[in-house]
Design a protein around this ligand. Structure first.
Ligand SMILES: CC(C)(COP(=O)(O)OP(=O)(O)OC[C@H]1O[C@@H](n2cnc3c(N)ncnc32)[C@H](O)[C@@H]1OP(=O)(O)O)[C@@H](O)C(=O)NCCC(=O)NCCS
Length: 150
């Protein structure tokens, strides 16, 4: 049976509870200390996805810069990938940005990160730039999603 998934603001205790499995289970590109700094920064907003039995299966965060935001991190627990969780988190990040009345959401992704590029393209992000040789010889693709303000 599919478990119910809830989205909440991410707390330091959420981070503590996944501290030891960040690399093994989340394959995250940031370490605990950087994430802790992010969570404590007033410009950042982080959300977390939990199952109804409390398992943290994904987290994502943005940094707000004036009236725009950058996605700093979005990661789904390995055993939960390709089941729509990334899509759910991204949807929530966009809603958060709309609620904050921001005009756009941007990110940078390595050209060889096919799952992430699929997710962003499916969502409607458009490539707006390229940073040459950014990730160990791979180009970084800069993508943007424009909020449709009324
Ligand atoms: C990128 C990531 C967040 C995607 O999360 P996810 O929960 O697996 O994605 P979803 O299940 O919501 O899938 C969204 C879309 O991407 C596609 N997708 C997911 N994994 C894929 C893969 N391995 N190859 C190709 N497409 C893939 C899905 O098919 C889906 O499109 P569809 O509905 O048209 O089929 C996840 O792979 C991850 O945590 N990666 C490691 C961290 C990372 O690289 N983050 C991005 C940094 S910029």
């Amino acid at each position: 049976m599919k478990k119910e998934i809830k989205i909440e603001e991410m707390s330091l205790s959420d981070l503590e509870s996944i501290k030891d499995i960040l690399i093994s289970d989340f394959d995250d590109f940031w370490n605990y200390n950087i994430l802790k700094e992010e969570l404590e920064s007033i410009d950042s907003k982080y959300i977390v996805a939990k199952t109804n039995d409390g398992e943290i299966i994904s987290f994502a965060g943005i940094k707000i810069i004036v009236d725009t935001a950058d996605i700093m991190n979005i990661v789904v627990k390995k055993s939960w990938r390709n089941q729509g969780v990334g899509n759910l988190l991204l949807n929530n990040l966009v809603s958060l940005c709309k609620n904050l009345n921001l005009s756009s959401l941007s990110l940078e992704v390595s050209e060889n990160n096919i799952p992430a590029i699929h997710l962003y393209e499916k969502f409607g992000f458009k490539q707006i730039g390229l940073r040459k040789d950014y990730y160990n010889g791979k180009d970084g693709i800069i993508m943007q999603y424009l909020m449709h303000k009324k």
